[in-house]
Each structure stands twice: as C-alpha cells, then as structure tokens.
Design a protein around this ligand. Structure first.
Ligand code: ZN
Length: 171
C-alpha cells in the first residue's frame, strides 16, 4: 500500500491517451488501490491513472463527497454510452493543478459502461457533480485537461498561474 506521487501540469503522461486494461491481476489491483488511497489522501473528488503516472484506463471517484453513505469507487475501462444534451457550468479543480479552480461547461448527465474487478461489465448513470467528476476523469484518460475546455481568452487570463503550477507552485 502506498501513496503515489501526483503528476503536475506539464508532465508528459498527463497528455498521453491511456490504453484499456486487459489483465486485472494482483499487481493491477494493488495499483488501483494505491490510486484510490492517493485520491483520499489528497482529499480529491477523483483521480485518474495518468495523474499517478500510468496511462491506463482507470480512475477513482470518492462518492462519499456526494453521499456520506457511499464509498470510493474504482472505474475501469469506462466508455461513455450516453450524455445529456443539456449542459451546466460548474466549478472544477484538479489535483494536477494545485489551487486552480475554473468554471467549466459539461453535460449534466452521463451514462457510462465499465467493468468491475472481476471483469464483469456494468452500467452507471450519474448526474450533477458526479457526472462532472466522471467526465473530467474520462478526459484525463484521453490526455485532455480541464483547461482545454476554456476559451482562448480565459486561458490567457490564467497563463501566469499555469506557469507557476508548471514550476511546482500552488496558485
Ligand atoms: Zn483532474
């Protein structure tokens, strides 16, 4: 069991397109558990495998943030099956951008297909903040970061902050 170092904006692996997971063996389960533990340790809502250095298709989401009765989940090989036409704007942060929060437009609902640790397929429907986190994390698996969703003008405004994050500062 380990807390893994979180990759910060500017590191190459955050731009890699993650590959599907084929073998959920002991080593893989250990890595996925470490990823989940790292998310909880950093008090994140979600954390994608790229953010802890491996471009493979999995992410953790801490459902207890949205419902105290729920536990963190590990989502493996997610695919978007359907997303709502309606979009909503909400504030987002990212553990790879310490201290940066931005308003981002996302579909308000999403249905994904995933597999569990035994390789069994299941569907998961989410709305609101849960949908937002899921879409943010799936973007990570495609090498897409939340700042990519900003307009050119908005990105220019935070250029200084991005440079400081890249240099290892919290903004
Ligand atoms: Zn993120």
């Amino acid at each position: 069991m380990a807390i893994l170092p979180i990759k910060i904006y500017g590191e190459e692996v955050l731009r890699e397109k993650a590959v599907s997971i084929t073998d959920i063996d002991g080593d893989m389960i250990r890595f996925l558990e470490d990823m989940s533990r790292t998310m909880l340790h950093a008090s994140g809502l979600g954390l994608a495998a790229n953010q802890v250095g491996r471009a493979i298709r999995a992410f953790s989401i801490d459902m207890s943030h949205f419902d105290v009765l729920q536990k963190p989940m590990t989502i493996i090989n997610p695919e978007i099956v359907e997303s709502a036409a309606g979009r909503i704007t909400g504030e987002e942060g990212c553990l790879s951008f310490p201290g940066l929060y931005q308003l981002i437009d996302r579909p308000e609902k999403v249905t994904i297909k995933s597999i569990d640790f035994d390789g069994r397929e299941y569907f998961f429907e989410a709305s609101g903040m849960v949908a937002r986190v899921i879409l943010h994390e799936i973007d990570h698996l495609d090498g897409v970061l939340f700042i990519d969703k900003l307009s050119r003008a908005q990105r220019t405004l935070i250029k200084g902050k991005l440079n400081r994050i890249r240099a290892g500062e919290r903004v």
